[in-house]
Design a protein around this ligand. Structure first.
Ligand code: UDP
Length: 314
């Protein structure tokens, strides 16, 4: 597929997932306009992108203002939100503002430019799910006042806002619900489990399992996620799609596998489980598979080795 002649706006371009998405679209020949305020994004993630003449970058806070963009824009990706539980406690108001006021600005821009808009929502909209695996039809079990609520509820709001623009103005919109994703480009101090475990394993430190490690997650390597997001953007269904990898592991198994794959001398130690930590999470990907034939390709061990290489070279 060639996207020559198309212009794509990526909000949050210096973030982990959006920087990979920007790279992918540059490789398809599109022009990419990246926006980021570096609150959690890192300049290192856009260094390589900046070498490409088709990449234009603006440092800005999208909930305050988006720079005047004179060119036509064909696709807008709303990916600007911080997404790690440590961000939820450190910058909750910034998270709520980017997902509400920031998303609103991106939706208005899409309307003005006649662009298709995609909201990067999250598996967090399901909260601590009572249905397992989670289908898109599951309405969720979210604590509206808990420590994760700044993210869960503002993403739920962003989905509602997106659907309101779709219904009221017939804006061409898409929604993806992203499940746990990992890969090169994550912050080493991101606080999420994969960067923590890999960095601990590389240093020979204990891997810190929260609780008894029986909670589950399903981890998707970033190139598979980029494919899933792409298939939704270029599909024709405005309703939400789960995006991720259905391979479910307990967090204890995840720690054991990382120690083994990286041939590390680290041991495992246990810490308190954070409040409202979801007990299980696994995407039901039937809807995406039926629409597009999507299947994740990168096995966990291979993804962990690639991510560890990235952290070693930082
Ligand atoms: N976790 C852990 N040790 C860590 C970091 C996280 O055991 O050093 C656990 C966390 O409690 C959760 C799971 O790993 O059960 C995934 O956490 P993460 O912060 O990566 O993302 P979440 O899916 O909770 O948003």
């Amino acid at each position: 597929m060639s996207l020559e002649g198309k212009t794509i706006l990526v909000a949050g371009a210096a973030g982990f997932v959006p920087s990979h998405l920007s790279e992918y679209y540059l490789s398809l020949g599109a022009k990419v306009i990246g926006l980021d305020n570096f609150i959690t994004g890192s300049p290192g993630n856009i260094e390589k992108l900046k070498e490409n003449n088709n990449f234009k970058f603006f440092e800005c806070n999208i909930y305050e203002s988006i720079p005047e963009l004179t060119e036509k824009i064909d696709y807008v990706f709303s990916l600007a939100s911080p997404a790690s539980p440590i961000d939820f406690s450190e910058i909750p108001l910034e998270i709520m503002r980017v997902n509400s006021e920031g998303t609103l600005k991106l939706l208005n821009l899409s309307l003005e430019k006649g662009a298709r808009f995609l909201e990067a929502s999250t598996s967090e909209v399901y909260g601590d799910p009572k249905e397992h695996p989670q289908k898109e039809s599951y309405l969720g079990h979210v604590n509206p006042i808990g420590p994760r609520s700044c993210y869960d509820e503002s993403k739920r709001f962003a989905e509602a806002l997106t659907m309101s623009f779709h219904r009221k103005f017939a804006l061409d919109t898409r929604i993806v619900r992203i499940f746990n994703t990992y890969g090169p480009g994550m912050r080493p101090n991101d606080g999420r489990v994969i960067p923590n475990f890999i960095n601990q394993a590389l240093k020979g430190e204990d891997l810190t399992v929260y609780g008894d490690g029986s909670q589950t997650r399903s981890f998707c390597y970033v190139s598979d996620l980029v494919q899933a997001i792409h298939l939704v953007m270029f599909g024709d269904d405005p309703t939400p799609f789960n995006c991720g990898n259905p391979g479910e592991v307990t967090i204890l198994e995840c720690a054991q596998q990382i120690i083994k794959v990286l041939n590390s001398s680290s041991k495992i130690s246990f810490r308190d489980l954070p409040e409202d930590d979801p007990k299980k999470r696994r995407p039901d990907l039937t809807k995406l598979k039926n629409m597009s034939g999507y299947a994740p390709k990168v096995p966990f061990a291979e993804g962990i080795i690639k991510t560890a290489e990235f952290f070693k070279n930082l």
